[in-house]
Design a protein around this ligand. Sequence first.
Ligand SMILES: [Zn+2]
Length: 256
Amino acid sequence: MRVKRFFLILCAAFLLASSALAESVSESQGLDWQENDPWPFAIQYGDRSKHQVAITMDDCYEFEWVEKAWELITSYGGAMTIYPIGELLKEENLQPGDREMWQKIAASSSEIGTHTHHHRKMSKLREDNMLLYSKYPQQVTDQLLGYHYPLRTLRPPYGNYSEAYQKQLKIAGYHHVILWDIDTTDAGEVLSQVRNGSIILFHARKKDYTCLETVIPALAEQGYEMVTISVMLGLPPLEAQTELFDWRAFKKMVNQ
Ligand SMILES: [Zn+2]
């Protein structure tokens, strides 16, 4: 409860501090949601009164495990949120078939967010680099998918963020920073810790997939709805567009 209150205060302070900047870009970036958003900016868990959980998967160095996890959760009627490192989505880092698989995931009820472009401690960077490494993945994602797929939530590497970073993320147009309340690959521990609104952290690795093989059927059995972060937070439906995001044009706009 104390943590939640802290986030609320932090959020309120930053809404005030960043409102002038947010206003200047809100028209073209659709930031109007900020005014009516009931959630704090940094999210550790969702609504404790709803029988739902969010399964999230980070990094994606080994894409095959994303693919398998997505197939498994989909077969149980659930959805997941994937936070890939932007760099891994670049043309030169893709294996044959990866692009088609990402397109399939993007078109499904699951969702893609970002884990920033590299895997750095964001609070240690200069502000212009905070913005660059958080927003550039939007260009890479659009090029990967072939259309504009708005990245709405971001998972900071190591869960590391700061007040200065929040300010940049709001300029970048992110709805929320997504943290977690469960971080273990022990299926027994996941199932003993899980509660309504839990956000469970996984990585694209074999041991995490092995854990999910037990956890997903068990959550389904317990009647949990496995939803994306966007659904958990009640964000408006994602609107894909044909015009790809262009980092340079964006940078020019926010500098005006
Ligand atoms: Zn990571």
